[in-house]
Design a protein around this ligand. Structure first.
Ligand code: AMP
Length: 411
């Protein structure tokens, strides 16, 4: 392997039609460059590159596939003297959505690892193929740079069997690897640790409920730094109400729609994943729009209010459930687009939970801020906090620790 004296880590997040990238300098926490390629495979793909301290470069041009997208971003980095052959680049960290049961830690990528990620495609048909395309191209563009896979599922592999199992026939479940895996693990790991740090406590001695509320949303119960339950399951469809996903639903709804409405499995899949959640309930999947409509006197305020209420009710049920799972809760941490920015959602979720030792101070909750901060009244039994997530930093940190053998001073 090449030298390990450099301090730059390139993080690649390859989705089905996009690649997001960020170059981080682990020595000083700076971010020399980042950007994205969107609408891969369409005629009007979009490229954006943001070098630190320089003007943004963006263009629209056809980008046929992930390989072409990665070549384009490598060229952009090269123009800033940050190419994939730069001696500063110590590793590339890839976000990989599904690591099954096998990958419990960040893992240096070799042929066996790539083959195992491929073997998991049936349980993550939308995500793992795109992640693999990114990995294969990066390996061919930078064969000498160590590459690390950081799995969305890894943090949840500590869930006890009784939380990970569905109550279905064990033989069927085992043959088809049907169990609860959980997702957003990189964020849950980062935020649960951040919440403990905010309280000045060791993560290993802190119990946290993490509410990751973005376009996708999930909750997790973290006991002493280890995940003991999470709301997403075999796929990222289970659990909370999301922008376009239903979250928990009686599985018999699927049979009903098939038998009574004559819908195909693919149509029901599309309904539950893309046309449900906030969008299905009120026609908008963006919480900003839902909040704006609720405050208006317009005719569409009512459906927005209902969508908000369903969203909040589901969240409160998970908070209550995870109180029971954890026994003792030290902190509830809100994160991601909605969790970090939507004060009315945080207020509504926590309303009436004083019996559980939880409350939100309206002034602290409404105050602007972009760092980790407490929003519960001083002296509360359970701290309620906003802890901004940073999945890129967490992937870079885990990657860097693995290739440099350090712990970056983490507890
Ligand atoms: P994420 O997936 O973490 O980027 O979160 C995206 C979601 O965050 C968007 O769909 C919005 O619904 C939500 N969001 C972002 N900013 C705000 C805000 N200021 N108020 C309410 N919701 C917001």
């Amino acid at each position: 392997m090449r030298n390990t004296r450099g301090t730059h880590v390139l993080v690649l997040n390859t989705g089905s039609s996009s690649v997001k990238y960020r170059l981080l300098d682990m020595a000083d926490g700076s971010r020399p460059a980042g950007g994205l390629v969107e609408r891969i495979g369409e005629r009007t793909s979009y490229l954006r590159h943001d070098p630190a301290g320089g003007p943004r470069r963006e263009r629209e041009e056809p980008v046929a596939d992930h390989a072409t997208a990665l070549e384009a971003l490598a060229e952009e980095l090269e123009r800033d003297g940050l190419g994939l052959d730069s001696p500063e680049l110590v590793a590339i960290g890839h976000r990989v959505v599904h690591g099954g049961r096998r990958f419990t830690e960040p893992t240096v990528i070799d042929e066996a690892v790539t083959a195992e990620i491929e073997r998991l495609v049936p349980v993550a048909p939308l995500h793992n193929p795109a992640n693999l395309a990114g990995i294969r191209t990066a390996l061919s563009l930078a064969p000498d740079v160590p590459q690390v896979a950081v799995f969305d599922t890894a943090f949840h592999t500590t869930m006890p069997e009784h939380a990970a199992r569905y109550a279905i026939d064990t033989a069927v479940a085992d043959e088809h690897r049907v169990r609860r895996y959980g997702f957003h693990g990189t964020s849950h790991a980062y935020v649960s640790r951040g919440a403990a740090e905010l309280l000045g406590r060791e993560p290993s001695e802190t119990n946290v409920i993490v509410l990751h509320l973005g376009n996708g949303a999930s909750a997790s119960a973290v006991a002493g730094g280890r995940c003991v339950d999470t709301s997403m399951g075999l796929t990222p469809l289970e659990g909370l109400v999301m922008g376009t996903r239903s979250g928990d639903i009686d599985p018999a709804v699927v049979f009903h729609l098939s038998r009574v409405a004559g819908m195909s499995v693919d149509e029901i899949d599309e309904l539950l994943n893309r046309r449900s959640g906030l969008l299905g309930l009120c026609g908008d999947n963006d919480m900003r729009e839902v909040l704006r409509r609720m405050d208006s006197d317009g005719p569409d305020a009512e459906s927005a209010r209902l969508a908000f209420d369903v969203y909040v009710h589901r969240l409160r049920k998970y908070v209550g459930a995870y109180c029971a799972v954890l026994g003792r809760v030290d902190a509830v941490a809100f994160t991601a687009g909605i969790g970090e920015n939507a004060a009315p959602v945080r207020q509504a979720v926590m309303a009436g939970l004083r019996g559980l030792g939880m409350a939100v101070d309206p002034e602290l909750n409404g105050a602007p801020g972009d760092g980790p901060r407490l929003i519960s009244p001083p002296g509360s039994r359970v701290a309620v906090a906003v802890v901004p997530t940073d999945e890129e930093l967490e992937i870079a940190t885990q990657t860097y620790e693995l290739v440099s053998g350090g712990t970056m001073g983490r507890k």
